[in-house]
Design a protein around this ligand. Sequence first.
Ligand code: 0GY
Length: 310
Amino acid sequence: MSLPTTGEFTKTPGWLDWYQGPSRPRFALPPGSVDAHCHVFGPGAQFPYAPERKYTPCDASKAQLFALRDQLGFARNVIVQATCHGADNHALVDACRSSGGRARGVATVRRSITDTELQDLHDAGVRGVRFNFVKRLVDFTPKDELMEIASRIQPLGWHVVIYFEAQDLPELWDFFTALPTTVVVDHMGRPDVSKPLDGPEFALFLKFMREHPNVWSKVSCPERLSLTGPKALAGEQAAYRDVVPFARTVVESFPDRVLWGTDWPHPNLKDHMPDDGLLVDFIPHIAPTAELQHKLLVANPMRLYWPEEV
Ligand code: 0GY
């Protein structure tokens, strides 16, 4: 792989570049596994970053993503539009179209999008839109605009991906539970893993999933949520061990509604950049049986993103 660059753009100060030469995972992914949350960044010289972006990353191209896919042993990707590209989905669409049918996309759209443009996104492989409520990443979009978008993508069979922080779930509850589509939560709604597993905050998230069978969750991003970090203890303990009970509870409670992804190239990490091979080795700690692993990595993402092949 060639070294990360960022074209004519200047990276956000302190930006951590994605990890070169990830280790080969010890955990053998089941055949047909899907990395259901990853991004492409630019390259900025070809697909300029959006003027309204809150950060400027290092480039992370489709070729580099597909090389990682092959190195880790994944068969497919779901590429999620990153906020540094705003609602300009060209880099995402280009990656999906170049994947030989092995990548689907989740786009960001505005209410001004036409039906023809939506159909073009569908033809490229887009199967969802992302609504982002993380204030450091995006400016506020009125909920009536988001609801209008949700009702327009519903007939295409798409779903809505939501990204929010755990403390904002109470305020967003009524909006989320009114969405007419399948709803996929990024990174378990970002629980504060220093709080108790059986405390009120995570209990509300589990209730959200339990009471709404259209709600799915990505059990991704231990590196973003963890306070204990990547260092495993001696013996059986996993890297990011403080995230394990949270993710495992979600996997075991809702085995047919969970997805997993690397989150490569890991935007906005401040502390360390994970070795993606180590992230794959986290999976058996949160999905301890072959049956759970198959649902998480193959059956569930295939049902959502490639239903015609199931
Ligand atoms: C993630 C998380 C983050 C960023 C984005 O689109 C994005 O910019 O999703 C984050 O900073 O927490 O899922 O990649």
